[in-house]
Every structure is written in structure tokens, then in C-alpha cells.
Ligand binder design. Structure first.
Ligand code: GLP
Length: 247
């Protein structure tokens, strides 16, 4: 387990502060870092803290490149449910990252296979220095759902019923949740130099514990992180309830 550092924080604000500090350390060391970014409710506090640090003059994103993990498919970029919209709302509209350095899978692409191929090639060309991750209730990372094998590269995926249900809280009703998405694959994620996984709330405690200490299996996609050489996990008290903190 030397490859996994676990921080169990008192609450969500502390989790978010620690997470933003780790990203700041990365950017201080390498201002032209390539960051892999995540959506979902868990990283919102981290993004708020990054915006605060930027406004305080402690962070500069002018040389940063970002790759988001995933996007619904199909979805209009202008839709308030798109991950393009989410990233603008929570981060990009408030920092000095140049538009051309922002990468998010195109939910409007006419050919999803070509879009995935192009996205994967673009990531491969620059590599990812630090990949931020959340974890789904079913152990998914990005939109890599539990399966019989670990999906490799960026691909088109059918969402699990459990994911559709979980994400319906952001939509008017469950029927509006797109049934498909474009997502980085497990290999894409595993090639990042460093991984930072955030988990908040009691609902994530069991799946996270199984992912870190249980069998490595595509039935719990996050379990593959046991094979990565540099993973930091930050939880709040509830999500870290079943883990042994190492601070
Ligand atoms: C979403 C995203 C994931 C995210 C996960 C957890 O569906 N595709 O990248 O980690 O679900 O979301 P939350 O943080 O809201 O629990």
C-alpha cells in the first residue's frame, strides 16, 4: 500500500482545502502542468478553493492544460447539464486558463468513435501530470462502469442504471439523464503520473474501502488504483470511516 496515501479530513471543507493544496503544489512545481479534471458534486469544493487561491494571487493557470474525464453523449455544450457548462460554472469562468488549453470530450460530435480516438491521441501527446477523480456509488471512475474487463482507452459507454439514478438529482427527472457518455478509459487514467481521488459522505465508505483493500476487479473499477504507483486519497470523516488514516 506504499503507493496509496490516505488523508481522512474532519469535514468536506478540510477535504477540499487539502485537495486544492495538492493541486497548488503541483502547479508551483510545474506551472505548465497538465491536469485531468473531474465533475460530480465531490470536486466542487476543491474548485471553489482553487478559485479563491487564484483571486488571492496565489495561483496562475495561464500555462495549464486540462483534460476532463468524461462528458454525456449526446449533449449540447450549452446545456446546463453538460460537463462543459459544469466546468465553466465551477472553475473555468473564474480563472485565467486560456480556452484553447481546455479539453472536454465533445458531446456534440457526429462520430463518437472518431471523437474518442482524437481525445485519446491528444492526451497521449501531452500526458497528464495530475488526475483528479471522484468515485461513483458503484465504484466507477470517470464513467468506467463495473464490467467484466477494464476498458482501456477513451470510449463511448452505456451508463449503468445506478449511475443514471444517482445523477438524476442534477436533472428534472430520471428520463432526462443521457443514457450514454464519452469517457477516458482505465488505461488513460492509469497513465497519469499522479492520481488524486476524493470521496465524501457515508455513501462512499464501503465501496472506497473495497476499492483500496479488496480484490482488484473490474466489478469495482476504482480497485485498479491499487496498481498505480502514486495515488492520494482524501476523504471526509464519513467516507473514510472504514479506512485507516496515514497522515
Ligand atoms: C459522475 C462522474 C464521475 C464522478 C462520479 C461521482 O457520474 N462521471 O467522474 O466521480 O459520478 O459523483 P459525485 O461526486 O457527485 O458523487
Amino acid at each position: 500500500m506504499n503507493n496509496i496515501k490516505i488523508f481522512t479530513e474532519e469535514n468536506y471543507s478540510e477535504l477540499s482545502r487539502r485537495s486544492a493544496q495538492i493541486i497548488k503544489t503541483q502547479l508551483d512545481a510545474k506551472p505548465a502542468s497538465v491536469l485531468g479534471l473531474a465533475t460530480g458534486s465531490t470536486p466542487i469544493g476543491t474548485y471553489e478553493e482553487l478559485v479563491r487561491l487564484y483571486k488571492a494571487g496565489e495561483l496562475d493557470f495561464s500555462q495549464v492544460t486540462t483534460f476532463n474525464l468524461d462528458e454525456y453523449f449526446p449533449i449540447a455544450k450549452a446545456s446546463d447539464q453538460s460537463y462543459v457548462f459544469f466546468m465553466r460554472k465551477h472553475l473555468f469562468d473564474f480563472i485565467n486558463i486560456p480556452d484553447e488549453k481546455i479539453n472536454i470530450p465533445n458531446g456534440e460530435a457526429t462520430n463518437h468513435a472518431a471523437e474518442c480516438d482524437e481525445y485519446e491521441k491528444k492526451i497521449a501527446a501531452s500526458g497528464i501530470d495530475l488526475q483528479l477523480l471522484g468515485i461513483g456509488n458503484n465504484g466507477h471512475i470517470a464513467f468506467n462502469e463495473p464490467a467484466d474487463y477494464f476498458p482501456s482507452v477513451t470510449h463511448y459507454v452505456k451508463l449503468d442504471d445506478t449511475t443514471i439514478k444517482a445523477n438524476s438529482r442534477f436533472f428534472q427527472n430520471e428520463n432526462e439523464v443521457p443514457r450514454h457518455a464519452l469517457t477516458m478509459g482505465i488505461k488513460t487514467i492509469m497513465q497519469a503520473k499522479k492520481i488524486l481521488l476524493l470521496a465524501s459522505g457515508a455513501g462512499k465508505a464501503e465501496i472506497l474501502c473495497e476499492a483500496i483493500f479488496g480484490t482488484i476487479t473490474p466489478k469495482n473499477p476504482a480497485s485498479v488504483l491499487q496498481l498505480h504507483h502514486d495515488v492520494t486519497i482524501i476523504t471526509d470523516k464519513e467516507a473514510g470511516n472504514l479506512l485507516i488514516p496515514r497522515q
